[in-house]
Every structure is written in structure tokens, then in C-alpha cells.
Design a protein around this ligand. Structure first.
Ligand code: NAD
Ligand code: TYD
Length: 356
């Protein structure tokens, strides 16, 4: 048996592939475009692995996707491939439209062609799982209830709008063509192999380099944080037992303001890698201009996933963030390799004059 994973050289996709192959002998065909966010070094431990097939390519390449599906005959497709960074979507939304919307459409259509030609028992067993985000629901006020699956879609950034559009396409391919789809909408992930343009890894990397820790606006924006391996276990569970056509919210019951996250990272670094001059890492915190259209609060109500499928996160925020900081301290080579010229150009553009 085989599954096809897209975007499996990125942060969550790679964690998913590594966890999958650690627990199963089912082959993973891993298709990734290797954008700035895709990193083969993350998959280095799989070199020569008999059940891992890496393919460099684009989900929007219909001919390639059709060929791969015919060749490998997967029983499921798990779609992680996306442009995923809100700040980049503000600077340049084009790639987000291209991959997240047009790419998802082309992938869905290639998968539909493959699926419709399967014998009926394999058609029934087939799954297309689309990995999405809580950001499609928009922004919550302080006292609003957490996002449920029934919330209206109100995306506010080019990123979240493009993910919302992709979710709608997935829904339509089920409703119209009967494609057996599942969608997960997850909160903010953190953990190993997270590209250091996102909040938590950026803070760790900048702190260690003695650089400013840029907090947007007042730092009181709230996100619900989930350790990446818990997201991966939720996806496995939904793939295994989710009801067709349903969406499942995935979250860690872990709402925290950004400034608290940054302070926690600083405290862990004070303990695990104290600064040579004895001062605290929190002294590097610098408030910078807020992100345009910055969503104030996300919170996930993950009761459907818990009640229907019995999923719960294994990590608390305290255990997950400690593991994460320890991982970055133990992998300086991975960090320095992903900080390529392209990464430096991004940091220069985004944080010049303190403006996001
Ligand atoms: P990431 O940016 O780290 O990785 C994305 C991967 O997709 C990269 O390896 C990239 O090379 C690949 N890719 C991009 N365009 C492609 C294309 N056209 N064809 C094939 N591959 C392509 O993102 P991530 O954080 O791992 O997120 C994975 C998925 O999970 C995304 O769909 C994202 O929207 C969703 N998600 C992320 C979070 C989070 O907190 N990071 C939370 C909820 C949902
Ligand atoms: P991010 O990791 O980009 O995820 P998302 O925007 O998808 O939630 O950002 C998480 C939060 O941290 C968000 O409220 C923006 C904020 N943030 C900063 O304050 N400073 C930064 O340098 C970055 C990258 C993010």
C-alpha cells in the first residue's frame, strides 16, 4: 500500500512523513516543489529508505500528478503543499493564488481522474485529505467562543483567503463528483524543522544570534499553539476514521498572546543556553510596527475530533515548547543551512526599519 504526500519537505509535511515511516511500512511518495520552505535536509535520515520515494515537482503540474498517481496507485493523498506564510502573502500574494488555489484545483482534478478509474472497492477505500488552517475562520474578539467547524469562513489575509478557496474546492469536488475527501483545519503549529520566518523559530534563532526579537504591535494577539507531532497524529486519525466530506478542527487548547510565547522562549533559553554576559534574552524584545490586517485572536474548538475520533494532543504547551527549544539548540547545522541567501533577503525586506 502507498500514500502520496504533497509538501512533504516542508515543516508539517516532513514531520508527518518522518512519523509515518517510523510507525508503518506503507510506502510514502513525497511530492514537493522545494520552494524556499522545502528542505531536503529535513528528510536526510530517509536517504535510501525502501519506503520513501521523493519526487521534485509541483501539485499544479497536471501531467506529472496524473503520471505519479497512475504509477504508484496510492490509496490516499494527503495535501500539505502550500504557500504558508501570512507576511509573505502580504508582500506577494501571486504565489499563494497559484499554489493554494490553482494548484489545489489541478491536484484535485488529477486525483479525480485517477480515482474515477479505480475498481469500486478501491474507490470506496480511497481518501483525499486536505490540510488546512484555522485562519479561514477570520479573527475572534476576546470573549467570542472558539472556532467550531460550523463557523462562517471570513478569511482576512491573502494567505487565509487562498486556503479558504482551496477548502471550498475540496468541498465541491466531494459534493459534485463524489471524491472521498476529508479536511482538517488546524491552529498554529510549532516544533522541529519549523522554518525560522515564523514566530517561534524566528525568536529562537534571533535570540541566539543576539538580534532583536521583533514583536508586532502590542504583542497581545492570541494564537492557539499545537505541537507539530500532535497535528500529525490528528491527521493520521482523521485519515483512518474521519467521516467522508467532513471537516475537523485541530487545536491544542492552548491560547496564548504572542508576547507570552516570546517570553517563554526567552526563559527557556536563559535556562538552557544562558547569554555569556549574564543578561536576559528578554532584553532583546523589540516592538515593531504591526502586520497590516493582523488577526487579533484565533482559538480552536477541537471537540468534534475528540468526541468522534477520540483524538487528544499528547503534549502540553510547556512540554512541547521545551522540546522545541532543545531541538533548535541541538541542530545548529540545520538552522544555518536553511538561512540561505534567500532567507537573508526575506529578513532584510521584512524587518528593515522595524516595519513588517
Ligand atoms: P511550509 O511552508 O513549511 O511547507 C510547505 C511545503 O510545500 C514546502 O516544502 C514547499 O516546498 C511545498 N510546496 C509549496 N508549493 C508547492 C507546490 N506548488 N507543489 C508542491 N509542493 C509545494 O508549510 P507548513 O507549515 O508545513 O504547512 C503545511 C500545510 O499545513 C499548509 O497547507 C498550511 O496551510 C497548513 N497549516 C499550517 C499551519 C502552521 O502553523 N504551520 C497550521 C495549520 C495548517
Ligand atoms: P506566524 O508564525 O507568522 O503565524 P500566523 O501569522 O500564521 O499566525 O505569526 C504568529 C503570530 O506572531 C502572529 O500574530 C504574528 C506574530 N509575529 C510577530 O509578532 N513577530 C514576528 O516576527 C512574526 C514572524 C510573527
Amino acid at each position: 500500500m502507498t500514500i502520496l504526500v504533497t509538501g512533504g519537505a516542508g515543516f508539517i509535511g516532513a514531520n508527518f512523513v518522518l512519523d509515518w515511516l517510523a510507525a508503518s511500512s506503507e510506502t510514502v511518495v513525497n511530492l514537493d516543489k522545494l520552494t524556499y520552505a522545502g528542505n531536503l535536509e529535513t528528510l536526510a535520515s530517509l536517504q535510501g529508505h525502501p519506503h520513501h520515494v521523493f519526487v521534485h515537482g509541483d501539485i499544479g503540474d497536471s501531467a506529472l500528478m496524473t503520471r505519479l498517481l497512475a504509477e504508484h496507485q496510492p490509496r490516499a493523498v494527503v495535501n500539505f503543499a502550500a504557500e504558508s506564510h501570512v507576511d509573505r502573502s502580504i508582500h506577494g500574494p501571486g504565489e499563494f493564488i497559484e499554489t493554494n488555489i490553482v494548484g489545489t484545483f489541478r491536484l484535485l482534478d488529477a486525483v479525480r481522474g485517477y480515482w474515477s478509474g479505480l475498481p469500486s472497492d478501491r474507490q470506496t477505500a480511497f481518501r483525499f485529505l486536505h490540510v488546512s488552517t484555522d485562519e479561514v475562520y477570520g479573527s475572534l474578539s476576546k470573549d467570542d467562543p472558539a472556532f467550531a467547524e460550523t463557523n462562517r469562513y471570513e478569511p482576512n489575509s491573502p494567505y487565509s483567503a487562498s486556503k479558504a478557496a482551496s477548502d471550498h474546492l475540496v468541498r465541491a469536488w466531494h459534493h459534485t463528483y463524489g471524491l472521498p475527501v476529508l479536511t482538517t483545519n488546524c491552529s498554529n503549529n510549532y516544533g522541529p524543522y519549523h522554518f525560522p520566518e515564523k514566530l517561534i523559530p524566528l525568536m529562537i534563532v534571533n535570540a541566539l544570534a543576539g538580534k532583536p526579537l521583533p514583536v508586532y504591535g502590542d504583542g497581545m494577539q492570541v494564537r492557539d499553539w499545537l505541537y507539530v507531532k500532535d497535528h500529525c497524529s490528528a491527521i493520521r486519525r482523521v485519515l483512518e476514521a474521519g467521516r467522508l466530506g467532513e471537516t475537523y478542527n485541530v487545536g491544542g487548547w492552548n491560547e496564548k498572546p504572542n508576547i507570552e510565547i516570546v517570553n517563554t522562549v526567552c526563559q527557556l533559553l536563559d535556562e538552557l543556553r544562558p547569554r555569556a554576559d549574564g543578561s536576559r534574552y528578554s532584553g532583546q524584545i523589540t516592538y515593531v510596527t504591526d502586520r497590516p490586517g493582523h488577526d487579533r485572536r484565533y482559538a480552536i474548538d477541537a471537540r468534534k475530533l475528540e468526541q468522534e475520533l477520540g483524538w487528544k494532543p499528547a503534549e502540553t504547551f510547556e512540554s512541547g515548547i521545551r522540546k522545541t527549544v532543545e531541538w533548535y539548540l541541538a541542530h545548529p547545522q540545520w538552522v544555518s543551512n536553511v538561512q540561505s541567501g534567500a532567507y537573508r533577503e526575506w529578513v532584510q525586506k521584512q524587518y528593515a526599519a522595524g516595519n513588517p
